[in-house]
Design a protein. Structure first.
Ligand SMILES: Nc1ncnc2c1ncn2[C@@H]1O[C@H](COP(=O)(O)OP(=O)(O)OP(=O)(O)O)[C@@H](O)[C@H]1O
Ligand SMILES: [Mg+2]
Lengths: 208, 355
């Protein structure tokens, strides 16, 4: 997926200058004059970054940022503003903005922030992909295998697990081997790592 | 002109007092000098300072008592009658001068308050304009500086001295530098006007409404506007700058008044309501004027938006920035009655005291 610089600024001159920056960086650019335009035409899973002006007519930049976070978008946002008050800057940062740049900003600052935003977006996406992959692997386990995995994660030995579930040691060993294969893990540590990447606790396993 | 007029009045007052005394002396028994002396006091009250009034009251006192000895001697049969008359005269002089001085003092205070109000209104308008201009100018400056920097970045780094690009470079650098400088001037301008802004005190919403009405009443009276109050009891207080908040209400009242005048409305009623709400306290100003047409509803709060030939379009924009600086909101309510506009302000309640 290609990274795009999204611009939401109601001043055409600033918008145009920002488009030129994108062109200069060789990155596709899409610009919008209002928060609503942006929300209507850009999908949540868009990649790249958003350069957002705070003082928009109609819905303010901060409103848009809030709305995006509410819709669980992780798109990195660079906030630009004619004059940001401290409280607005604080709120923007709490909403996970990359930075707040005061107009008129310098080209180098802006480009650095854009590149940084791309890196943040990239790693965010990698984390998300890993999580999806880990979840789908864990999703393949049967209920019984999950039961065993929970107990393994809690640090019980095969013997203890056999006693706990009232099964033979042999059966547990089989099940454990099968589940490790399905998880593509060589060791218990690997399996635990997978759980962590899926952002799941052992207790989540039983319920899903 | 004014000075001679004042001096003339003073002379007139003194002459009148002496005249009354003379008449008193020549007429037998000198019946009641109370009323004429009160007139002398009233004459002095055109001066806002109480000094001259007090002096004249003292003179009238002395003359009244003096007359007592001149017109009738003690022992005369009418003596007690005259004594009572003189007592009444002294009483009238005292009451007229104290009431008059008090009234003058109240008038002076109200004039001072109006002056303060007018001054803050002016200061706020200037502040608002400065902020608006700073914001408006920052946009083209941002575009300008960015484009010049881009041009610099795109310029081939030609080594030959005296090449065109080497001569362009300092020019472009200057464009960047000067746009940055212009914007830093704007920033310090903004800081200057923002300095010392916003007193913070506890304000009772109902008091706020009443005091705004007090200032508005005199300008509403000639236009036969009826002012109605619907105040909720036991409202939480709000925190903020009393004068600024009062200014917001005055802006809304003035707009309602303008709406009546421009539409030649027959029914002219403005209703001020206060109420408790989820977000704190609501104060609304409703008028029975022509209302706001839906097409312009979105623009009302924009700076410089006006439909009046002599309007600045600053009133509502400024009101909004004041209310928002207080953590509140202001909006136009959709008209419920057949016509008329309702503007509502919502302010957060004062945070409960942390013990
Ligand atoms: N109560 C009202 N009824 C009808 N129209 C209103 C009312 N209040 C405001 N408006 C409309 O909103 C516009 C903007 O009001 P605002 O107070 O901001 O500016 P203004 O009154 O035109 O000028 P200024 O207040 O700066 O002298 C007005 O020109 C008017 O068209
Ligand atoms: Mg107005």
């Amino acid at each position: 997926m290609s990274e795009t610089i999204f611009i939401v600024d109601d001043d055409p001159a600033v918008s145009h200058a920002l488009e030129c920056v994108g062109e200069f960086m060789n990155v596709p650019v899409r610009s919008f004059a209002s928060a609503d335009d942006f929300l209507m035409s850009v999908p949540l899973e868009a990649t790249g970054c958003l350069i957002l002006d705070l003082m928009l007519e109609g819905r303010s930049g901060l409103d848009l940022l809030r709305e995006l976070r509410q819709r669980t978008s992780t798109l990195p946002v660079i906030v630009v503003s004619g004059h940001a008050t401290v409280s607005i800057a604080v709120e923007a940062m709490q909403l996970n903005a990359i930075t707040v740049l005061e107009k008129p900003f310098r080209l180098n600052d802006l480009m650095q922030k854009i590149e940084f935003a791309f890196r943040v977006d990239q790693s965010e996406r990698e984390v998300r992909q890993e999580r999806e992959a880990a979840r789908s692997r864990i999703g393949q386990l049967t209920t019984r295998e999950r039961e065993v995995l929970v107990l393994v994660a809690k640090g019980f030995s095969n013997k203890q697990i056999a006693a706990h579930l009232g099964l033979s040691l042999r059966a547990i060993e089989d099940r454990r081997a099968r589940l490790m294969r399905r998880l593509d893990s060589k060791s218990v540590a690997d399996a635990l790592m997978l759980l962590q990447r899926a952002n799941m606790q052992p207790s989540d396993l039983v319920s899903c | 002109m004014a000075i001679t007029w004042n001096r003339d009045r003073r002379l007139l007052a003194v002459a009148l007092a002496l005249g009354i005394f003379l008449v008193d002396v020549v007429t037998p028994l000198g019946v009641a000098s109370a009323v004429p002396y009160a007139t002398v006091i009233l004459l002095t009250l055109s001066r806002p300072q109480p000094r001259f009034t007090v002096a004249m009251a003292a003179l009238c006192y002395v003359l009244t008592i003096l007359d007592l000895f001149v017109s009738v001697g003690p022992g005369s049969t009418e003596y007690w009658k005259v004594l009572v008359n003189r007592g009444l005269a002294l009483f009238a002089i005292t009451v007229t001068s104290t009431l008059g001085i008090q009234r003058n003092r109240a008038a002076e205070e109200s004039r001072k308050h109006l002056e303060v109000l007018a001054r803050t209104q002016r200061a706020q308008t200037v502040e608002h304009l400065a902020m608006a201009i700073a914001h408006e100018l920052n946009q083209p400056l941002a575009a300008c500086s960015l484009q010049a920097e881009l041009a610099l970045a795109l310029m081939p780094a030609s080594m030959e001295t005296g090449g065109t690009s080497q001569r362009l470079r300092p020019l472009l650098e200057n464009v960047v530098e000067q746009s940055q400088r212009a914007s830093s001037i704007l920033r310090s301008l903004r800081e200057l006007v923002q300095n010392g802004r916003g007193e913070r005190s506890t304000v009772a919403p109902n008091e706020l409404v009443k005091s705004a009405l007090r200032w508005f009443e005199p300008s509403a009276r000639p236009h036969r506007i009826r002012l109605e109050l619907e105040l909720a009891q036991q409202l939480p207080s709000v925190v903020g700058d009393r004068v600024q908040l009062e200014q917001v209400l005055l802006n809304l009242l003035q707009n309602a008044c303008d709406a009546f005048l421009s539409s030649n409305a027959v029914e002219r009623t403005i209703t001020l309501r206060t109420a408790v709400s989820m977000g704190g306290v609501r104060i609304s100003v409703s008028d029975s004027g022509p209302g706001v047409s839906p097409e312009i509803e979105d623009k009302l709060f924009d700076r410089f938006y006006t439909t009046k030939p002599d309007g600045m379009g600053i009133g509502l924009a400024m009101s909004r920035s004041i209310v928002e600086a207080h953590g509140g909101r202001i909006w136009l309510e959709h008209a419920t009655a057949p016509s008329g506009a309702t503007f509502t302000i919502e302010l957060p309640p004062e945070a409960p005291e942390l013990s």
